[in-house]
Design a protein around this ligand. Structure first.
Ligand code: ADP
Length: 611
């Protein structure tokens, strides 16, 4: 309340009114006093001047012998009373005739005369002086005049009590007081309107400023005047619009940036200099779940990514001497960092940004997902190693056998045939590997030429079982074949499909101990849109952990065992590629020492096109 504008204006106006009235009152009352006192002395000066008739009369009466029987005082009184109106005698102003001791002899008011005090002017007259002084601030005004007769002398004394002037001043004072009261009321009313006219727009401005601070920009302040407050309001509205436009532009840019960042598959995390997270995109958030406000977030990130960096107040050092990294213009790149099942190239750099008005620096980590490249590189490396290994084994046998034959020309015929057959067998094995690799290479490069035909898959599988009869008999396996009645014919590359089925059945023969049981079933599934060829054996089975890898190139459960069985580890990889190319699928169910079931599902209408 006491801080309000209204209160301040009221107080200022009240002080103003009171001050003005006091000054006016003081000037007026002082003016009245001066006028009254000056008027008294001027009147006295005139009345008691040398050439005034009254003075002449006073002197002649004082010197006259005719009136000797009357005292000088009496004669003086008589003359003075006849000049009462000239001297302005009234209840407030009286004349006295004093003896030379200053005591009243005669006077217009005997009571007052009895209380007379000897004033400086009386003293001056008693000592025959004619000087009358105005004593400023005195409670009375007086005039004393020395008169000498034949042998008598006296002092004529006029004294004004100034009560009339005081009464006038009192009236003036009460008028000023009343005027002041009216002025105060007017000031209060005026200040109310003045305060309202100033404070209303200021209140609107305050409300507007609060809304702007709260982010509400739609509030438009009305302009009611063209004065300074009107200009201020206009400028406020302009500033608010500019601020909104700027904030919209900043928001737009930020949204754009955030959209771009969220679309980037690379993880991006910006850190403050003290290690807290400044910003992170969704890809980074998926990978990390650290507390963003924790100053240890940067350290945690280094730990998770296995980045050997130590950040101090004024330096960044690589802590591990044998760390593999690349230095860039403003940071480092650490390659092939594993986080869970993903692999990243991690860029670390320094950034500059504004925090409030302060320019600060921080760090940025960009995790570029290179899992696909890494896996491809890995599988290439593995593939080259596998191919080298697979070709080296038969080549070593071939070279060994050939060398033996060459170095021993005396070798008997039986031995030479043995070694030459070994050369033949290993060459065939190499041939198989190379031709399997060629098949895969063509499938990879989509250069396989397909020969599409429509055929009876049931009949086809039955014929294949017959073809493999010799092999089955050699291992004393029992083969049970079953084909569903009314199987639909399929449209596919017959030779490739038969190649897959042969591979699967020959695997069942290979990986089932002699005297095993192999069941081959052909049936229609998925409402006749697919045909399923199921090959079940009661052989060695496949460990659970190997099943998912069986379609990888050169993958074998126990290399030595399957190598003995003449396998290359490429058969199932080729089978999967061929069936996938037809739009079908191949899957395995197996249990160790119980047996394996292979399901080959081929669409009735394949999506391949003839070459
Ligand atoms: P391979 O030419 O070595 O047989 P495949 O790709 O055809 O190559 O098979 C890959 C591996 O899968 C084999 O080495 C074998 O360990 C396993 N396997 C395939 N079929 C069977 C099966 N019916 N029973 C047990 N293991 C099998």
């Amino acid at each position: 309340m006491f801080k309000s504008l209204y209160f301040k204006i009221v107080v200022i106006l009240l002080i103003f009114v009171v001050a003005v009235m006091c000054v006016v009152g003081a000037i007026l009352m002082n003016g009245v006093t001066s006028f009254y006192v000056n008027d008294f002395y001027n009147q006295m000066k005139e009345c008691f001047s040398e050439d005034s008739i009254m003075v002449e009369e006073l002197y002649s009466s004082a010197a006259s012998d005719d009136s000797r029987q009357d005292s000088l005082a009496y004669r003086m009184k008589t003359i003075l009373s006849s000049y009462g109106s000239v001297l302005g005698i009234d209840p407030y102003r009286n004349y006295y005739v004093l003896n030379m001791n200053g005591e009243m002899l005669q006077g217009s008011d005997a009571n007052l005369g009895a209380q007379l005090i000897v004033t400086p002017n009386i003293l001056s007259a008693i000592s025959h002086g004619s000087e009358n002084r105005v004593v400023s601030g005195s409670e009375y005004a007086d005039w004393a005049y020395y008169i000498a007769g034949e042998d008598e002398e006296c002092v004529i004394y006029i004294k004004d009590s100034l009560d009339e002037m005081r009464q006038l001043n009192q009236v003036l004072f009460s008028i000023i007081l009343q005027a002041m009261m009216i002025g105060i009321v007017i000031a209060i009313v005026l200040s109310f309107f003045l305060a309202k006219s100033i404070s209303s727009p200021l209140q609107s401005l305050t409300k507007g400023a609060q809304l702007v601070a709260a982010g509400e920009f739609s509030y438009e302040i009305d302009i009611h005047s063209e004065d300074e407050i009107g200009i201020l309001t206009h400028n406020f509205n302009y500033m608010k619009d500019r601020l909104k436009a700027t904030l919209d532009a900043v928001d737009g840019e930020r949204e754009k940036l955030e959209t771009v960042l969220s679309c980037i598959r690379d993880g991006v995390i910006a850190f403050t200099a003290d290690g807290r997270v400044l910003h992170s995109n969704s890809s980074a958030d998926e990978r990390f779940s650290f507390d963003k406000n924790d100053k240890g977030a940067l350290e945690e990130c280094f730990d998770l990514l296995d980045i050997p960096l130590v950040v101090t107040d004024n330096s960044i050092k690589v802590s591990s001497p044998d760390a593999l990294f690349e230095r860039t213009k403003d940071g480092f790149i650490f390659h092939d960092k594993m986080v869970g099942d993903r692999v990243y190239d991690v860029n670390f750099g320094i950034i500059k940004y504004y925090s409030g008005n302060k320019k600060s620096f921080g760090f940025i980590i960009v995790m570029h997902d290179v899992t696909a490249r890494y896996e491809l590189d890995e599988s290439r490396r593995e593939f080259v190693a596998n191919v080298s290994h697979e070709l080296r084994t038969p080549l070593t046998s071939i070279m060994g056998a050939a060398e033996t034959v060459v170095n021993d020309p005396e070798m008997d015929e039986e031995m030479r045939v043995y070694f030459l057959e070994m050369v033949m067998t290993e060459s065939e094995r190499m041939m198989r590997i190379v031709s399997d690799l060629l098949v895969l290479s063509r499938l990879d490069n989509k250069r396989t030429s397909w020969s599409i035909e429509t055929f009876d898959i049931g009949e086809s599988v039955r014929r294949l079982c017959d073809v493999m009869r010799t092999d089955l008999d050699a291992h004393n396996h029992e083969l049970v074949f079953e084909a569903e009645e009314g199987l639909p014919e399929i449209t596919a590359d017959r030779q490739r499909i038969e190649q897959v089925i042969i591979n699967v059945i020959s695997n069942a023969i290979k990986y089932t101990p002699d005297g095993g049981r192999i069941a081959v079933e052909v049936s229609a599934i998925s409402e006749g849109s697919f045909v399923q060829v199921k090959v079940a054996d009661n052989g060695v089975g496949i460990p659970k952990e190997d099943i998912a890898h069986l379609f990888e190139r050169f993958y074998r459960v126990e290399k030595s065992r399957t190598s003995d069985a003449g396998g290359t580890g490429l058969g199932l990889a080729i089978a999967k590629e061929l069936i996938d190319a037809h739009g079908g699928s191949i899957r395995i169910e197996s249990a160790v020492d119980e047996g394996t079931v292979m399901y080959i599902e081929i669409p009735v209408e394949c999506r391949l096109k003839s070459a």
